[in-house]
Ligand binder design. Structure first.
Ligand code: AHM
Ligand code: MG
Length: 333
């Protein structure tokens, strides 16, 4: 049995100039995940379900656990002194950590502390998503928005925690994707899936078909393609949609599938946020041999212009994303 802590230290030795700061950062996320996991498991027993009564900057009602997860991760990240600041789905603006140590922190973190939180009250899996960059402003100077507005291919590491039938932490530092399952009896994440790769072919498509009439023609045609019978390509595909990005992605990663949240009439740029939802998941997808696109271009190449920017999102098995892109491109000609 190998623990996440042991694995992180082992990997650190593979980088000759590693200072241990990224390891400390990942360890802070690990701690935050354990605390969030503990509290999620009490949902229904104590007064932590339901809305907080406050909306976030995107006009979405925050759940009590959204707020709790955000505060927990923020505190864990600030305490290590290796992170200069964070941006979060639950924070209007970026947060610059205000202690002497953090001014010298080499990293910034972007996160969705509890994604899919509308699922909490009905006991369906949710997740935490994180994305890590090296700051671009020199250490010692105050960080700025430009430290956060970097294209996704500059990510140093990214990952998610899935609070599901078991709790798992899945991450990559650019050398493959590794997954650790939490053993609550000893309070430790144990390596359960090393170097995870998408299956070469997939047969699952995940999209909120309730919005079908509002989808672009390319997406409508791709859905029809998924539903057509064709033995050679193993169609029709099967449809699975949880409505919780981390869970939908995690299933498609292990079983082979594509997740799509396209532009719709309600969300002309898609619903998902580029910096702390699409980019980290795209980083993991590529590391696992998959692909992530906005329908036309690589997600990780998009140069962001604002913290809460949204993007259409097509992610999963490379062949499936390629097929969906072809339908999008045909539609735009
Ligand atoms: P959230 O960040 O407010 O939780 O929203 C993101 C979630 C994703 O996890 C999920 O895939 C999507 O929203 C579901 O949206 P919809 O209900 O429109 O299908
Ligand atoms: Mg979210």
């Amino acid at each position: 049995m190998k623990t996440l802590g042991e694995f992180i230290i082992e990997k650190q030795h593979e980088f000759p100039h590693a200072t241990g700061e990224l390891s400390a950062l990942l360890s802070a996320i690990k701690l935050g995940a354990k605390i969030i996991n503990r509290d999620i498991n009490k949902a229904g027993l104590v007064d932590i379900t339901g809305t907080s009564g406050i909306s976030n900057i995107q006009g979405e009602m925050q759940m009590k656990l959204d707020v709790f997860a955000n505060e927990t991760l923020k505190a864990a990240l600030e305490a290590r002194g290796v992170v200069a600041g964070i941006a979060s789905e639950e924070e209007d603006k970026l947060v610059i950590f205000d202690n002497q140590k953090s001014h010298h922190g080499k990293y910034v973190v972007l996160m969705d502390p509890l994604d899919g939180s509308s699922n909490i009250d009905v006991n369906v899996s949710v997740g935490t998503i994180f994305s890590i960059y090296q700051r671009v402003t020199p250490v010692g100077q105050p960080i700025q928005e430009s430290d956060f507005l970097q294209p996704g291919h500059k990510q140093v590491a990214a990952g998610y925690i899935i609070y599901g039938s078991s709790t798992m932490l899945v991450y990559s530092t650019g050398c493959g994707v590794h997954a650790f399952t939490y053993d609550p009896s000893i309070g430790v994440f144990c390596l359960s899936h090393e170097s995870v790769k998408f299956p070469e072919k997939g047969n699952i498509y995940s999209i909120n078909e309730g919005f079908y009439s509002k989808f672009p023609v390319g997406v409508k045609q791709y859905i029809k393609y998924c539903q057509q019978e064709d033995q050679k390509t193993n169609r029709p595909y099967t449809s699975r949609y949880i409505g919780s990005l981390v869970s939908d992605f995690h299933r498609n990663l292990l079983k082979g599938g594509i997740y799509i949240y396209p532009q719709t009439a309600q969300y002309p740029n898609g619903k998902l946020r580029l910096l702390y939802e699409c980019n980290p998941i795209a980083f993991l997808a590529e590391q696992a041999g998959g692909k992530a696109s906005d329908g036309y271009q690589r997600i990780l190449d998009i140069l962001p212009s604002e913290l809460h920017q949204r993007s259409p999102f097509f992610v999963g098995v490379t062949q499936m994303v390629n097929d969906s892109e072809q339908f999008m491109q045909k539609d735009s000609q």
